[in-house]
Design a protein around this ligand. Structure first.
Ligand code: ATR
Length: 269
């Protein structure tokens, strides 16, 4: 059967093998999917060894997404704009094709969560690689405004200018956040250290959704804070499932049913 994998470093806690095994079972596709810890200094070698041993495609996670973008022979337009690749596909002539399904995965999950998108006021926290990857599909959902706020304000301003052609986008520091928002997405890595960006208490509009791109067994510090300040909350596990489904489709041309897999990963409490 065809081999697939996810490359990361570290990779031990990845839930992708479980998700893709469920997709394969559900759709009757004969494939295997494993987690591979690539060496930090030789991602390209890990990918080439993998295809030499029957690999057909891979997901790529932290910290290799930019490197996967550089090693791709062919890039999808959305991967080029994101500057990152989370899905590698071995082409018919042995070429490496790079794409990204992170952004569409986020938007699919937001739709599943019935998040306000069209005409909504959206605040995105962070201006790193993760945020760059979601801006095009978010702006494609036609929000009223999208503000990017970041610890380093200049990075947010630069990113906003870069995406302004796709919709009303502004950037600044956390101290420049004013007004209320219908959707606040945390794309900083502050959650990893249990920290929360310094934000005004009255950030959330009525029926606002607070979304953290991270996930874990416990709610992140950002989601706990958001819940205390009146927002509905969602973590990034749904995004993980949806981006996986899009990658699976790129490889196999079959669309898995994500709702069934969501339930399996996190039965209703
Ligand atoms: P990623 O690929 O996860 O986006 P990255 O490109 O290194 O990783 O970006 C990390 C993001 O988290 C940045 O926006 C960073 O802010 P700076 O640009 O000012 O560095 C943000 N970040 C990291 N730790 C943070 C913290 N403790 N508080 C607020 N923002 C933080």
């Amino acid at each position: 059967s065809d081999r697939y994998c996810v490359f990361g470093h570290p990779i031990g806690h990845s839930r992708s093998p479980q998700i893709h095994a469920a997709f394969a079972e559900q759709t009757g596709q004969a494939l295997t999917y494993e987690a591979i810890e690539a060496p930090l200094d030789d991602f390209a070698g890990a990918w080439h060894r993998f295809i030499a041993s029957g690999g057909r495609g891979a997901n790529v996670t932290v910290p290799f997404k930019e490197e996967a973008c550089r090693l791709s022979d062919v890039l999808s337009p959305r991967a080029r704009r994101a500057g990152a690749v989370n899905t590698l596909v071995l082409g018919n002539n042995g070429e490496t094709c790079g794409d990204t399904t992170d952004g569409i995965g986020l938007v699919r999950d937001l739709q599943y969560q019935a998040a306000p998108l069209e005409k909504a006021r959206i605040l995105v926290l962070g201006a790193g690689g993760a945020v760059r990857g979601i801006l095009e599909p978010l702006l494609g959902a036609r929000p009223a405004t999208l503000m990017i706020a970041n610890r380093t304000a200049e990075k947010a301003r630069r990113l906003a200018r870069e995406f302004f052609d796709l919709g009303e986008t502004t950037g600044g520091g956390f101290d420049e956040v004013v007004g209320t928002f219908d959707l606040v997405i945390n794309g900083t890595s502050a959650s990893l250290g249990g920290e929360i960006p310094p934000l005004p208490d009255d950030l959330f509009a009525d029926d606002a959704l607070a979304y953290d791109m991270m996930y874990g067994d416990e709610p992140t510090a950002f989601l706990a804070w958001s819940g205390e300040h009146g927002a509905r909350t969602a973590d990034g596990l749904g995004m993980l499932v949806e981006q996986a489904a899009e990658s699976f489709f790129l490889w196999r041309n079959v669309r898995p049913d994500t709702a069934a897999v969501r339930k399996r990963l996190r039965p209703e409490r």
